[in-house]
Design a protein around this ligand. Structure first.
Ligand code: COA
Length: 327
């Protein structure tokens, strides 16, 4: 019996209870609901409390996915947590998750590829299982971006939110992940960055007074890049899988901005009813965005067995990536 496919056995997600609406933001910075809604499509986002960390949501999402898959933590061979907001620089948030799950047979590491992190982690885990590294992988995208957002900068603070999504991957005989595609271009590194806290600018009085521990972004350039690479990444993975874009049943893009999603979908010729959108509820949750959307799409019955699902992401690095899955 030959097992040649890596399949998604189940999904899960978790978001903070605290909701921050555009109207709440009006009281914090000079902005308004109309501006945020028309420019981004975002109406509200979820915000972690001071007690909650990235690992909090990673654990809840992972437990939900494992429970739905009927897989025990001991059966997991590999844990990857995609995140740009780990609990600490080290140890990895994946090791904290491994500990809290008691997944004693798993190796665990974090993967940082900006908002493309989950798609990167999915591709890496798929290759790992296919290459004989094990039978079950847990792939999580988890973030608490509210902790690195500059709440005095209206051009970024309205965009981001917190949460986590998870998938359990296993080997099977039926088709699952048909193809993946990943790309990067470090020439665009400065377009979206968190300058301080690493070896270039270790924490100091200056880095704090200059607010260098917060997200800095060139929104216009990132917007243009995003639309371009979403089209390219979608076309490439479709080509690799040998299918036609018309065959895609559900398009689940990174939820950064409704205008980016709509522009990319238009260029690809993907009709509106095939696009899954939840950016209005959560804003941009970086690595958590695609797996939260995937989980919601599955729970809402938008993704059914046999469907062709296209995931596509883009983000800091710059990075981009896509995955095509037969559900
Ligand atoms: N509320 C009100 N006005 C705001 C504002 C806010 N929250 N943020 C910025 N503005 C102002 C700007 O100061 C500017 O004013 P000015 O013309 O007087 O200088 C004006 O709105 C237009 O700003 P601009 O940056 O040109 O707007 P935009 O239409 O490009 O939209 C983004 C800005 C950030 C929404 C958009 O560029 C974007 O979504 N980029 C991609 C970001 C992204 O997805 N990042 C994550 C990638 S993973």
């Amino acid at each position: 019996m030959r097992e040649q496919w890596v399949r998604v056995l189940a999904t899960g997600s978790s978001v903070p209870e605290t909701v921050l609406t555009n109207f709440d933001l009006e009281k914090m910075v000079e902005t308004n609901d109309e501006w945020i809604t028309t420019r981004t499509g975002i109406k509200e986002r979820r915000i972690a409390t001071s007690q909650e960390t990235t690992a909090t949501f990673a654990l809840q999402a992972a437990k939900e996915a494992l429970c739905r898959a009927g897989v025990s933590p001991e059966e997991v061979d590999l844990i990857i947590v995609a995140t740009v907001t780990p609990d600490m620089l080290f140890p990895s948030t994946a090791c904290l998750l491994q500990r809290d799950l008691k997944a004693k047979n798993a190796c665990a590491f974090d993967l940082e590829a900006g908002c493309t992190g989950f798609v990167y982690a999915l591709a890496v885990a798929e290759k790992y299982l296919r290459g004989g590294g094990g039978r079950v992988a847990l792939v999580v995208g988890a973030e608490t971006l509210s902790k690195i957002v500059d709440w005095q900068d209206r051009s970024t603070c309205v965009l981001f939110g917190d949460g986590a999504g998870a998938v359990v991957l296993g080997l099977g005989e039926e088709p699952g992940i048909l193809a993946t595609y990943l790309g990067s271009d470090g020439n665009g590194a400065s377009l979206l960055e968190l300058p301080a806290g690493g070896s270039r600018f270790p924490a100091s009085f200056e880095t704090i007074t200059q607010r260098l521990h917060y997200i800095k972004m060139n929104g216009n350039e990132v917007f243009k890049f995003a639309v371009r690479v979403m089209e390219e990444a979608s076309n490439e993975v479709i080509h690799r899988a040998g299918v036609n874009i018309d065959e895609v049943d559900t398009f689940i893009p990174h939820q950064a901005n409704i205008r980016i999603i709509q522009s990319a979908a238009k260029r690809l010729g993907i009709t509106e009813e095939k696009i899954f959108v939840n950016v209005h509820k959560y804003g941009n949750t970086s690595s958590a965005s695609v797996p939260i959307a995937l989980d919601e799409a599955v729970q809402e019955g938008r993704v059914r067995k046999g469907d062709l699902v296209l995931l596509v992401g883009f983000g800091a690095g710059l990075t981009w990536g896509s995955a095509l899955i037969r559900w």
